[in-house]
Design a protein around this ligand. Structure first.
Ligand SMILES: [Zn+2]
Ligand SMILES: [Zn+2]
Length: 80
C-alpha cells in the first residue's frame, strides 16, 4: 500500500503555481471533491490526469491545489 506523504502529514510538499510561481495550497484529495468521479469524465477532469484514466485507479493519491494569488487550480498525483 502506497503512503501519500500529504495525507499522512509526514512531510510538506511544496508545489509551485505554474502560472505565477506562488506556493499552492493543498486542498486535500481530489476524491474528496468527486465522490463519483466517473460522472465528471465529460469535463476537464481528464486533462488534470494527463488524459490517463489509469491514474484514477492507480495508487497515486491525487491532490487538489489552489493558488490564492491567481486563483489557478491544479491537480498533482502524489506518489507514495
Ligand atoms: Zn494524499
Ligand atoms: Zn498562481
Amino acid at each position: 500500500m502506497e503512503v501519500c506523504p500529504l495525507c499522512n502529514g509526514f512531510e510538506t510538499v511544496t508545489i509551485e503555481c505554474s502560472g505565477c510561481s506562488s506556493i499552492l495550497e493543498d486542498q486535500g484529495k481530489i476524491t474528496d471533491y468527486f465522490d463519483d468521479y466517473s460522472a465528471y469524465m465529460d469535463i476537464d477532469i481528464m486533462k488534470l490526469f494527463d488524459g490517463d484514466p489509469q491514474s484514477l485507479e492507480s495508487k497515486a493519491c491525487l491532490h487538489y491545489f489552489y493558488c490564492a494569488n491567481c486563483q489557478q487550480e491544479e491537480t498533482r498525483a502524489m506518489k507514495g
